[in-house]
Design a protein around this ligand. Sequence first.
Ligand SMILES: Nc1ncnc2c1ncn2[C@@H]1O[C@H](COP(=O)(O)OP(=O)(O)OP(=O)(O)O)[C@@H](O)[C@H]1O
Ligand SMILES: [Mg+2]
Length: 410
Amino acid sequence: MSDRVRTLLIADNEPLKEKVENWCPTLDNLEYLGFVPATPKTLQALQLYLPDLLLVGMTNWQESLQVISRLSLAYPHGAYVVVTPNPNASAIREMMRAGVLDYLDVNADMNQAAVSLLQTYRASRKRYERLSVQVLSERSVRPAKSIVFLGNTGGVGKSTLATSIAAVFAQRGAKTVLLDLNLRSGVDPIYLGLSPDRTLADLAAEVTDLDATVLNRYLLHHSTGLDVLCAPRTAAGAASITPALVKILLQALLRQYEYVVIDTPPLLDDIVLTAVDASQDFLLVSTMNVSALHNARRLMDLWNKLGYSETDLKHIINRSGTKSGLRISDVHRILKSSVFWQVGNDEKAMNRAINDGELLVLKHPNHRISRELNRLADSLFERYRYRPTRRSRSKGSGFNLPFGKKSAQG
Ligand SMILES: Nc1ncnc2c1ncn2[C@@H]1O[C@H](COP(=O)(O)OP(=O)(O)OP(=O)(O)O)[C@@H](O)[C@H]1O
Ligand SMILES: [Mg+2]
């Protein structure tokens, strides 16, 4: 196997991009994979091309650090380098504090820089391999995927869908954890028939590193094999959960699981956005109800304002058989977007299953709704499967993301 360092450039700064694009391919020990812009799709490119070294050159080094902070959470395997002209001492200090491997000064001697960069890279890899035998053994075979269920209205079915999909994944043998981030009103263990005797609030009090042994003390285990991290039971417990904790927790979970399924409260707060930043798929749940649909549209507007891409949101209409007088064309009109999935309505069956502490999808797998949920899980499961084939970069200056079209239901 070649030991050339697979290197990808992430940039929006044209002069930097041009310099690096001219320089990288001339280096023997480095395999230049190409360039991607910093967009919400960048992470997918990383998972496809699996670079070892990521050169990040945004308008300024602070912006580069922001991009690195977002990407490194979901793609921790890479070594990140800030590409910048003439960094001063305080900028360098800040970059090192942020945990980047190195910086590349495009105004200095680039060939000299390459030698020292590769040396630093190899030394850090060796250190990483020596020190992280335990961490590596905990890592799942495939890079993990995190899926967030979002919604802007209470009671639309986020928890029902999140618990069902997580349980179906686990039942299929995928190492899956369900994280209940509805900190003030979490019900996921109840839906799964588990008693929430350990919660995130207990974990928040933990001071040591979140390795598998520590995490295990706070996980509930469901009969499907699903692990569950429960929401706190008190307001004080909820207040003890910070975005910083959620970030570290997700890093740990993404190392140890194939799928991380996240349930959320009916709003986008800093905790939910921390989860969004570490995730790849976003399922926006609403019902056939005018106010729920308008609220979903409001969430989409906020989502856009926050700089995320609306096309990354997949709409699920839950309880779609409800006699609300609305047709699917009304849904499209209000959402100004298409629907990814519909799940039918059966209150009696749902409530009976919950009262029995069982999920409908597990208790009655042949129920119409269970079949819909299983097919939704099929689509998500396939979608998130890690594809090991590396495709070569297409010729030309642009970067074509070779991702398939969204699958449609039915
Ligand atoms: N497809 C369905 N058919 C019938 N009832 C459903 C369906 N999906 C969910 N429900 C019921 O709707 C109620 C609310 O569901 P759930 O707790 O999943 O909503 P939520 O969006 O998580 O609410 P919250 O925002 O309060 O967390 C539950 O009683 C659940 O059983
Ligand atoms: Mg809920």
